[in-house]
Design a protein around this ligand. Structure first.
Ligand code: URP
Ligand code: ZN
Ligand code: ZN
Length: 467
């Protein structure tokens, strides 16, 4: 069946146009003013055409969340959401593609790590998906596998500058940046100075204190900004762009600004939590504050303001979620007697579009076109999916969100598709609803309910588009 979406306000990063969209099979085949079904039947024979009236609705290209951790092994347990529930949460909110982080275990090859993540995701996913490769164990054999990754559709990497089991040292960062540059890939980096954090934790614990309120003190903004500075010096030496993931503070943005003034290309991702929540939550309500434990931690009002400004003025290119969900009932509790054992991470993939629409667009902080750039177009370009994904163009995948601007609801973990038992956005009142979500031409979600599950396919990513 062909689908003709009429009278919608089609959003791109450049503006909003009143256009009709005709979808055949998995693709958008025609866009134009006042398309007529009988004409389309002649031009594209053999199909019944379903007409959807999208008057007064926004039409977004399917949103892309380039930062999820589904089915992540956290030691004694895995994240609450695996690829089955996590990708259902994604499409319910309007996200049609996610990029998850494959993690190389020590002693493992990159090919093995990628095989493992395919086993977790293939056949279970309800949105399209791809993988970044997190390199944790670097040597000359691993270097040879970077080419294999390109040949398997992976062109992006993640390095950690914190977490003793994951982090790479400065020399390794240098070598990895060089190797990835040779393949035209992009490296994203978790920037926090791990050694500084270890010392701060030791100091805090020596006072025999244990409270969630110590979490932000153990990971101050300086630990993030120093790591960003060091990374950018190394990237400058290699002469390659890098992507700073989950940037959380004004000080960090200043480091990025400095490097850009020196002519460096730097991409920045932030997340809804760093735009909507501040660190006052850690001091409240005893252990219940554990639900906000993530790294980097939530910051101050001035950081929030600086990052919103960065979104508006183009200093920040993408908003991912860092969806890494742990239940309060039986997982976050691991840190009851030691705040450093609280598994770090919060959910967000289901709520991200509506949070950015409500708190960004309806509050006048960014435009609807900015939202399209940040949640669809720029992620697609940065990670080699454009123009198949991230845009509404003839020839693009028919990943389409019909967005109702007027529906208001209260966010609650109880009525979400994520199976995590909490959301940091609980009780927030938001306006905006992904009324219909199409994944490659198939209706997969309607008013946040799943209509068709497990239709997600692996996205083989190629050439990145410069912007
Ligand atoms: O606390 C967080 N962010 N957990 C997820 C892993 C990461 O660092 O991105
Ligand atoms: Zn990280
Ligand atoms: Zn992450």
């Amino acid at each position: 069946m062909g689908i003709l979406i009429k009278n919608g306000q089609v959003v791109s990063s450049k503006g909003v146009d009143l256009e009709d969209i005709f979808v055949q099979g998995e693709k958008i085949v025609k866009i134009g003013k006042s398309l007529i079904a009988s004409d389309l039947k002649e031009e594209f024979p053999g199909e019944e055409i379903q007409i959807i009236d999208a008057k007064d609705k926004l039409i977004f290209p399917g949103f892309i969340d380039t930062h999820t951790h589904f089915d992540l092994d956290a030691g004694d347990f895995h994240t609450a959401d695996d690829f089955y529930s996590g990708t259902k949460a994604a499409i319910a909110g309007g996200t049609t593609t996610i990029l998850d982080f494959t993690t190389q275990e020590k002693g493992e090859t990159l090919n093995q790590a990628l095989d493992n993540w395919h086993k977790l995701a293939d056949g279970k996913s309800s949105c399209d998906y791809g993988f970044h490769m997190s390199i944790t164990d670097w040597n000359s054999d691993i270097k040879k596998e970077i080419k294999d990754m390109t040949n398997r559709g992976v062109n992006s990497y993640k390095l950690y500058m914190a977490y003793s089991n994951l982090k790479v040292n400065d020399g390794e960062i240098y070598e990895i940046l060089k190797a990835v540059k040779d393949e035209n890939g992009i490296v994203g980096v978790h920037c926090e100075n791990g050694e500084l954090i270890d010392s701060l934790i030791k100091e805090l614990k020596s006072n025999n204190k244990n409270s969630v309120s110590l979490h932000p003190l153990s990971r101050p903004k300086e630990a993030e900004a120093e790591a960003i500075h060091r990374l950018l010096v190394i990237a400058g030496l290699v002469d390659t762009p890098v992507n700073i993931v989950h940037l959380s503070s004004k000080l960090s943005l200043e480091e990025v600004r400095c490097a850009r003034e020196n002519g460096q290309k730097v991409y920045v991702e932030t997340c809804p939590q760093y735009l909507l929540l501040d660190d006052s939550v850690y001091g409240k309500d005893g252990f219940s504050a554990a639900k906000y434990v993530c790294s980097p931690p939530l910051r101050k009002e001035e950081d929030i303001e600086a990052i919103w400004k960065g979104l508006l003025n183009g200093e920040v290119q993408t908003i991912g979620t860092d969806h890494c969900s742990f239940n309060m009932s039986n997982q976050k509790t691991r840190g009851k007697d030691d705040f450093t054992k609280i598994p770090g991470g919060i959910p967000g993939t289901e709520e991200r579009p509506v949070l950015i629409y409500h708190f960004g667009v309806t509050k006048g902080k960014i435009t609807v076109s900015d939202m399209c750039g940040l949640l669809s177009e720029q992620p697609a370009k940065l990670f080699g999916m454009y123009p198949n994904k991230g845009t509404i163009k003839e020839g693009s995948d028919a990943d389409i969100v019909i967005w109702n601007k007027n529906i208001t609801r209260i966010i609650s973990a109880k009525d979400m598709n994520s199976i995590c038992d909490n959301t940091p956005y609980e009780d927030m009142k938001v306006t905006g609803l992904p009324e219909m979500v199409f994944l490659r031409g198939k209706l997969v979600a309607k008013e946040r309910k799943i209509i068709n599950e497990k239709l997600g396919k692996y996205v083989f990513r190629g050439e990145r588009t410069d912007f």
